[in-house]
Design a binder for this molecule. Sequence first.
Ligand code: SF4
Length: 75
Amino acid sequence: MEATCKNFEKCPIYSGVLKDKKTTAHGYRKQFCDAGEKGWSRCKRFLVKEATGKCPSDLLPNSFKSLEDIVVSMS
Ligand code: SF4
């Protein structure tokens, strides 16, 4: 089994925001959070947090926005 993203405990996608949408949350976890480095290294939330130390609460793992656009919109 692949390792889980180091951010999972505080990530609302993993445990909070989507708790009422189990199918969606399960899909994200399978595709990103629980898929080892190849999974979370594609997650926009993970990448934004690595780049800035924080992440907008409503950002989705598969956001269509570029990392650069997301970071600019945070400032
Ligand atoms: S992979 Fe992304 S969505 Fe999943 S826990 Fe990590 S930062 Fe959150």
